[in-house]
Ligand binder design. Structure first.
Ligand SMILES: [Zn+2]
Length: 438
């Protein structure tokens, strides 16, 4: 009975996705892969001198390399930094007519929440309402805070048990790319060019990508598969700078300080009081940038303040820089005995500055999502990505969704449909590149 039902469901799925009518299923479902990967603790750590920052990330790296070999991926290797590379050769008459497309996911999970002993729970056939996580009833995924749940009725939602994160960020990306490879191997009739595959460590601590060998990877364009909601495509990040303001005063023994001491703290307080309240992280969203005084040091003799500047537009970033410099002049005028100086460093630039010259990358991702029955949308990332770094290293790399939500926390979730639709989108994407062969 069970198998008849399964067969019927299978047929419905096949009939409903016209383009996939003739497809043989992968040898293992994306869900089963995902459940295997999340069991492996790959939490990365801040402030380490080595990459990977934690040796345990290599457990997943070695497993993925083994599975890639079993799926016929060529040139599989784990680099000294724990980056897994491999190539899925194209099956076109002339693979050089289409770009080698890179697909990248990261293996590590956030240092913020434990990823040890992840116990994934499948909430089958979700029928609406809040989801209380079984091992800690204070951990509740509410419809109020997660309106996307309203679109997930009937789906199988995957969560952790309330004691750990799930690790969908980014083991979903790993499972989806691996299932793409599996599906392509089962269906040689699907035409595609060369695909360069990489799984990276230490994304969460911004260290892994610095060891990425763009040249050896061999892709002309790439996608990170590391976003959230189904259909969410990102080709924009912040442009980012950091300012350091220094307030130089003069210290002396407080008992004999009259007319001598110049306390730098008061100048710093004056400077901080000048920040406009509508331009802070806590008061901005979407495409609006901010200035964020986030750390500093105070001593009578010398105080300093560090400030993040973030904006999607370089002109907006310049305006924020000018504002901080004007504030320096104002504080300096009010405290002539304190020497106030400003130093500004660039951190990274909006990848759109380069991706605007590669509109086909976004267009193909939009088309691939539509063919999977999704409603794709473009969402700028209020942060940086590994893709932004790669883009400026010469490998244009926008970011694709994974189906996940609530990254870096115990309320993280994904779903069967999220995993399957992302895999289907990747399958469409590699075909779209092949269709556009010159
Ligand atoms: Zn991620």
């Amino acid at each position: 009975m069970k198998s008849i039902l399964a067969l019927a469901l299978c047929l419905i799925t096949v009939v409903s996705t016209q383009a996939q009518t003739q497809l043989k299923p992968p040898t293992e479902s994306v869900l089963d892969r995902f459940l295997r990967y999340v069991k492996i603790d790959t939490q990365s750590a801040e402030d380490q001198t080595t990459v990977p920052s934690t040796r345990k990330q290599l457990n997943l790296a070695n497993l993925l390399a083994k599975e890639m070999n079993a799926l016929g991926v060529q040139g599989v290797r784990v680099s000294e930094f724990g980056i897994v590379y491999g190539l899925v050769p194209g099956n076109l008459a002339d693979n050089s007519k289409v770009p080698t497309v890179g697909l990248i996911a990261h293996m590590d999970t956030s240092p913020e929440v434990s990823g040890e002993n992840v116990n994934a729970i499948i909430h089958k056939n979700y029928q609406g309402g809040d989801i209380v996580l079984p091992k800690d009833s204070s951990q509740v995924i509410t419809v109020d805070k997660n309106p996307i749940l309203k679109e997930m009725i009937g789906d199988d939602i995957i969560t952790a048990d309330g004691t750990t994160l799930l690790g969908s960020d980014d083991k979903a990306g790993c499972a989806e790319i691996m299932t793409l490879i599996d599906t392509l191997r089962q269906n040689p009739q699907i035409k595609h060019g060369n695909l360069a595959i990489a799984f990276t460590p230490d994304e969460e601590v911004s260290a892994g990508i610095e060891k990425f060998d763009v040249k050896a990877f061999g892709a002309q364009v790439a996608y990170t598969v590391d976003g959230e909601t189904l259909g969410e495509i990102s080709n924009e990040t912040w442009s980012a700078k950091t300012a350091t303001i220094t307030f130089q005063g003069r210290n002396t023994h407080p008992g004999t300080a009259k007319g001598i001491m110049v306390n730098s703290l008061f100048a710093m307080a004056d400077y901080i009081s000048r920040f406009p309240h509508d331009m802070l992280p806590e008061t901005t969203a979407d495409r609006v940038g901010f200035v964020h005084p986030y750390t500093g040091a105070v001593e009578v003799e010398k105080s300093s303040l560090k400030i993040l500047l973030r904006d999607f537009d370089l002109s907006g970033l310049d305006a924020k820089e000018k504002m901080l410099r004007d504030m320096v002049a104002q504080t300096q005028a009010k405290f002539p005995d304190v020497k106030v100086s400003i130093d500004i460093k660039e951190n990274y630039k909006n990848m759109k500055e380069i991706l605007k010259d590669y509109p086909e990358l976004t267009d193909n991702a939009l088309e691939a999502s539509k063919r999977a029955g999704l409603k794709p949308f473009i969402k700028p990332i209020r942060g940086g990505t590994d893709g932004a770094r790669l883009t400026f290293d010469g490998l244009p790399t926008p970011n694709l969704f994974t189906g996940g939500a609530n990254f870096h926390g115990k309320l993280e979730f994904n779903s069967r449909r999220g995993l399957e639709k992302t895999t289907e989108t990747l399958l469409n994407l590699v075909q779209i590149f092949a269709e556009k062969a010159k």
